[in-house]
Design a protein around this ligand. Structure first.
Ligand SMILES: C[S@@+](CC[C@H](N)C(=O)[O-])C[C@H]1O[C@@H](n2cnc3c(N)ncnc32)[C@H](O)[C@@H]1O
Length: 265
């Protein structure tokens, strides 16, 4: 993993800094269902993030049941707490102490539900969780380590939902290109996924329950997607079920620069 040590120090600072205020504005705005974001510090022409209702559409397919332990991996400001805790037992982890502080203030009766942890190095025992939900976080993680860790902490038969960014987006997706450059300038940890390679590597360990591929930046909000993986796409959401056989050792399937950005430079 490139420059893991320095990157690690930077990323913790990054998530504890102005990002907390920025994410609060973005998520507040998302709930008002505006399309193009007006939040300061946004990437030019940026789209609002998807609101909880849009994401609930994926979460509904996780089939959360009472007594199940569900990990909200990179829980941010805890916006999925209500959805998950109304159905199952909620556990939220985040790398950012500041995010977790806000969650605890927001849910004073449930402070024990929120914990500071790096997703690549969780302190839960093997198979502790029934389900893992990782929305808007994977693209900031050391992905191979993050996925191995999710597969370790989920039990056999358990489900994992992950969203991320594809490493080959459409060459005419100007907004994706601008976003990639702007994110890099801001020092935002950004990793693009070769989803084909990732799924190929885990195929003996998981069954793929659902795939959604969003062709252009902004399509997730608009609910525009295909279930079959196209050659090029921007965002993706998958639900996989662990079928046993242990935890795979994964080779690199993510990169700091997308293939599309590299093709244009
Ligand atoms: C874009 S926010 C998404 C938050 C939440 N999942 C949501 O959709 O509202 C990304 C979050 O991931 C957290 N994060 C980034 N890298 C992480 C890591 N390696 N382990 C745990 N959390 C991480 C950040 O601190 C931030 O709260």
């Amino acid at each position: 993993m490139e420059n893991l040590k320095n990157d690690k120090i930077d990323r913790i600072k990054y998530w504890n800094d102005d990002y907390v205020k920025y994410w609060k504005k973005m998520t507040d705005e998302a709930e008002k269902s505006s399309d193009i974001s007006t939040v300061d510090g946004k990437v030019p022409g940026d789209y609002s993030t998807s609101g909880v209702d849009t994401i609930a559409e994926f979460l509904n397919n996780m089939d959360l049941q009472p007594k199940e332990k569900v990990l909200d991996y990179g829980c941010g400001l805890g916006r999925f707490f209500d959805y998950i805790s109304q159905r199952s037992e909620y556990y939220g982890i985040d790398i950012s102490e500041q995010m977790i502080k806000v969650c605890k203030q927001k849910y004073p009766l449930h402070t024990d539900r929120f914990m500071v942890a790096e997703g690549e190095n969780l302190y839960f025992e093997d198979g502790f969780f029934d389900k893992v939900v990782c929305v808007g976080v994977f693209d900031a993680c050391y992905q191979e380590a993050a996925l191995m860790e999710m597969l370790r902490v989920v039990k056999d038969g358990g489900k994992i939902l992950i969203s991320g960014k594809g490493n080959k987006y459409n060459l005419d997706d100007e907004q994706a290109y601008i976003a990639e450059e702007a994110a890099r300038r801001k020092g935002h940890p950004n990793y693009f996924t070769d989803v084909r390679s990732m799924l190929e590597q885990v195929k003996e360990f998981v069954s793929v329950e659902e795939e959604r591929y969003f062709p252009y930046r902004g399509d997730m909000r608009k609910g525009k997607y295909t279930h079959k993986m196209p050659e090029t796409f921007y965002e993706w959401v998958i639900i996989i079920r662990k079928i046993g056989g242990g935890t795979p050792e994964l080779n690199k399937f993510s990169s700091r620069y997308s293939n599309s950005w590299q093709a244009r430079n």
